[in-house]
Ligand binder design. Structure first.
Ligand SMILES: Nc1ncnc2c1ncn2[C@@H]1O[C@H](COP(=O)(O)OP(=O)(O)O)[C@@H](O)[C@H]1O
Ligand SMILES: [Mg+2]
Length: 217
């Protein structure tokens, strides 16, 4: 992504946490706004192919994903391809309290525009705990760091959703290449992801500590 080269997406070290997060969000969104629709679509295709080729995706009976909006890397093709493959795909429905409910994707006609500008599934909601039944969880992010710490849009929705996902379930954030950064400002409530998928660099596994009781991988 050439547009990000002149403006590195590093986090400022001296700012208070909320201001540092807000500043990084602004810089990422400004860089994304400079991308053409063709660049977004191409990024989405590369990410789609990388995610579909992952063994964790191929083994997953249920995948929790999201339907991209605006300048996000396109996920529409990925969601469609997973469904076509026979995977059970859950998509989020944003609740008024910013938590996420989940409903199944049953093809392109099973979506509608929500009042908040999102595209959401029309199938009956399965409840906020439904994400814990997914074998793979695909999440949006504005930036992820080398620890897997994730910056979202500021609603904390995915911190809540990811806290319900078991420690052995692969979680993957979809990013443009410049958005895998050295350090993301993070608070105690912030949840990590275990993998990122980027258009040029493909899949990166991020270190994470397994719970004490877990067997070594
Ligand atoms: N587990 C949680 N329960 C309730 N509220 C939460 C939780 N996690 C995050 N939040 C709320 O979301 C807000 C934004 O979180 P933040 O991590 O800055 O956003 P994002 O993860 O979208 O970048 C927090 O200040 C907090 O009020
Ligand atoms: Mg957060």
């Amino acid at each position: 992504m050439t547009s990000a080269k002149d403006e590195p997406l590093a986090a400022g070290k001296d700012e208070p946490l909320a201001a540092a997060k807000a500043s990084l969000r602004r810089r990422v969104l400004a860089a994304r706004a400079r991308l053409s629709p063709e660049q977004r679509a191409a990024a989405g295709r590369a990410i789609r192919d990388a995610v579909l080729a992952l063994p964790q995706t191929q083994m997953a009976g249920t995948v929790a994903a999201y339907y991209s909006i605006g300048s996000e890397p396109d996920t529409h093709g990925l969601v469609y391809a997973l469904w076509k493959r026979g995977t059970y795909v859950l998509l989020p429905r944003l609740r008024p309290d910013m938590d996420l409910d989940w409903a199944s994707y049953e093809g392109p006609d099973s979506l509608r525009a929500s009042p908040r500008g999102l595209t959401e599934p029309t199938e009956p909601p399965r409840g906020v705990p439904a994400v814990s039944r997914a074998d793979l969880v695909i999440v949006p992010a504005l930036a992820v760091d080398r620890r897997g710490m994730r910056l979202g849009r500021g609603g904390g929705s995915y911190d809540r959703a990811l806290a319900r996902v078991g420690p052995q379930v692969p979680t993957i954030a979809l990013l443009y290449d410049a958005e895998l950064v050295g350090e993301v400002p993070a608070a105690a409530h912030d949840q990590r992801v275990r993998l990122v998928a980027c258009p040029a660099t493909g899949i990166t596994s991020l270190p994470h500590e397994l719970p004490f009781s877990s067997p070594m991988p």
